[in-house]
Design a protein around this ligand. Structure first.
Ligand code: SF4
Ligand code: SF4
Length: 266
């Protein structure tokens, strides 16, 4: 990663409702982190430093979903202060695991979790950043892949649009010669409908993909569920992963609803 010429681009990292795991992926870049720190001015990154530089920022990385009225107002300010806004992770791109609350009665859930839920001030749904402001680029995953993050930062610093795959995890299995766990051993796997980017991590370790990178560009959930259920797997083998980190992603939601409608064996 080449050092910048005159003024270093200013990078900001923001957190909304999230676990901080995606921001930690940036800190986890270890060897490359010094190069990043040399190439950009890290103007706002509370996970790493309490020093706060005022905007505008050249690149903002935004983690987390919008779940409160305060979040909804703050993301507008972040957008105004940012030239390029990149959302990072399943929370920011699909509402995250916290969107699970959208599948139940909010008041009931709040009452079960908090002794005094009247203090809670939340929006009815946990929504992705793109539902609120213009987003220039989305990085998927729970957490994001640090290699992808570095590729994106490098591309933005050099004025290029990063080349992010929108095909499925299956493409990555083929590219690295991983034997298909679904075909070879009947392991339920969301790889055919999940976006690439992780390097087919789970199938390479003989596990089915559970969809942490969210839906691929083209999703044929009906075909995948037919194949998996015909192989004798219970519907829960698909419903569980479809309703986890990316429960708020429409193609996953549709696929899960269809499995239930068709009365898959649980
Ligand atoms: S996407 Fe996953 S790792 Fe990233 S902040 Fe959300 S819960 Fe944490
Ligand atoms: S194979 Fe699937 S579950 Fe595993 S890391 Fe990749 S996208 Fe996530």
């Amino acid at each position: 990663m080449a050092a910048a010429a005159s003024r270093r681009p200013r990078l900001a990292v923001w957190k909304f409702s999230s676990c901080d795991g995606c921001q930690l992926s940036l800190l986890d870049c270890e060897r490359e982190l010094l190069a990043v720190a040399e190439a950009v001015e890290i103007a706002h990154f509370l996970e790493a430093s309490s020093a706060v530089g005022k905007g505008p920022y050249d690149v903002s990385l935004v983690e987390g979903s919008i779940t409160t009225p305060a979040d909804a107002a703050r993301i507008q300010r972040v957008r105004k202060a940012s030239r390029t806004l990149v959302t990072i992770g399943a929370c920011a791109t699909a509402g995250g695991i916290q969107a699970l609350r959208d599948t139940a009665e909010l008041a009931e859930l709040a009452g079960a979790v908090y002794p005094d839920p009247d203090w809670l001030e939340v929006l009815p749904r946990s929504t992705p950043i793109a539902n609120h402001v213009r987003v220039d680029l989305e990085l998927r995953g729970c957490p994001i892949d640090r290699g992808q993050l570095l590729t994106v930062i490098d591309a933005l610093l050099h004025g290029r649009r990063p080349d992010l795959s929108t095909h499925s995890v299956c493409g990555e299995c083929k590219a690295r010669g991983t034997v298909c766990v679904l075909v070879a051993s009947g392991t339920p796997c969301l790889g055919p409908i999940t976006q690439a980017g992780c390097g087919a991590l789970c199938p390479t370790w003989h596990r089915g993909c559970y969809g942490c990178f969210g839906p691929a560009e083209t999703v044929n959930g009906a075909s995948l569920s037919r194949h998996v259920l015909a192989g004798g797997a219970p519907a829960s083998a698909l419903l569980g992963p479809l309703r986890s980190f990316n429960v708020g992603a429409e193609p996953f939601r549709r696929t899960a609803a269809r499995i239930e409608e068709e009365g898959g064996r649980t």
